[in-house]
Design a protein around this ligand. Structure first.
Ligand code: CP
Length: 329
């Protein structure tokens, strides 16, 4: 029997059968708390297997996975590769820089050709918002969004929720502060959609040029321009300054950002000494996060990376089961 998943501590544990029945995972927006909780419960089983060194299986023995990373990645690409190999799948990486994408081949033609080779699951990262959804609508294979433009990074958010859940059990009333380049961050968006759905309170803290007040329309979300507002946070999540997505320079200089919004050991000790410190990576050391903060006892940054493998194993298992059952979208 599936282990119980505690979603809301005050409501007790709920038992979940497979409530996520789609062929793809394109975003967190629109997922129900039950769907998120079901994925986290499956990830807990995978994490246990990793911890007990029982991670290898032949669950995906006849499954072919292709990684299509049109943007750089270390964590997402390698953890998906590891996750798929642990479960016995065959993994092919389309090295974009040496592929026919450089001769102008479209995403659609690339996807259709790889599908003709027998690819069952695409993991895609692309600089354009909607690229994963576009591919998913045009192939029968499963598509997992590894990050699209400034839209969503759902598997990152799921591993973040999983990391939080292991520390706090319940999301209801959890206070999460997210700092950094919110406007350009798909990680922030996916976390926001999920955390508000799960009953957490979210504070977005950044200079006014990097966070839109419109985010407050999403529910239990507050926008602040003052780092002192991390006070009372259970989770402090720092995000990378994404120069590659900023169409203009929204800050006079990075030093000024670091002085006013950088998370240091002193800032954590002063305002939120018990908060979990999170960062999706890659970290700009000394910009949004000081090196000594990364090594604080309440930092779970490397735990997030480890949990990424478990969450991605869970997703591969769930989605390929859905695909085999004939899920069309
Ligand atoms: N967090 C994250 O997406 O890291 P990568 O860019 O290294 O995949």
């Amino acid at each position: 029997m599936r282990p119980k998943c505690i979603m809301f501590e005050d409501e007790g544990a709920v038992n979940l059968e497979n409530v996520y029945l789609k062929k793809d995972l394109l975003g967190i927006r629109g997922l129900t708390p039950e769907e998120i909780c079901f994925i986290l419960a499956e990830a807990a089983e995978m994490r246990e297997k990793i911890d007990n060194n029982e991670k290898t299986s032949c669950l995906l023995e006849n499954i072919s996975v292709a990684t299509l990373f049109y943007e750089n990645s270390t964590r997402t690409k390698l953890s998906f590769t590891k996750a798929a190999k642990y479960l016995g799948a065959k993994v092919t990486d389309l090295g974009i820089s040496t592929s026919s994408v450089n001769k102008g081949e479209s995403l659609l033609d690339t996807g259709k050709n790889l599908e003709a080779f027998g690819v069952d699951v695409f993991i895609i990262r692309h600089g354009f918002t909607g690229a994963a959804e576009y591919l998913a609508k045009n192939v029968s294979a499963t598509v997992i969004n590894g990050g699209d433009g400034i839209n969503e990074h759902p598997t990152q958010a799921l591993l973040d929720f999983f990391t939080m859940q292991r520390e706090f059990s319940s999301f209801r009333g959890l206070n999460a502060a997210i700092l950094g380049d919110i406007n350009h961050s798909r990680v922030a968006r996916s976390n926001l959609f999920g955390l508000t759905e799960l009953g957490a309170n979210v504070k977005l803290i950044a200079p006014s040029t990097l966070v839109s007040k419109d985010f407050e329309n999403l529910g239990s979300v507050k926008v602040s321009y003052d780092i002192a507002d991390i006070k009372g946070a259970d989770v402090v999540m720092c995000l990378r300054m994404q120069r590659e997505r900023q169409s203009f320079i929204p800050l006079p200089d990075l030093e000024e950002y670091t002085d006013m919004f950088g998370i240091t050991k002193e800032v954590i000790e002063k305002y939120a000494p018990n908060a979990l410190i999170m960062h999706p990576g890659p970290v700009n050391r000394g910009v949004e996060l000081s090196a000594d903060t990364i090594n604080m006892p309440n930092s779970v940054i490397y735990e997030q990376a480890k949990n990424g493998v478990a969450v991605r194993m869970a997703l591969l298992k769930i989605l390929t089961e859905n695909l085999k059952r004939g899920a069309k979208e």
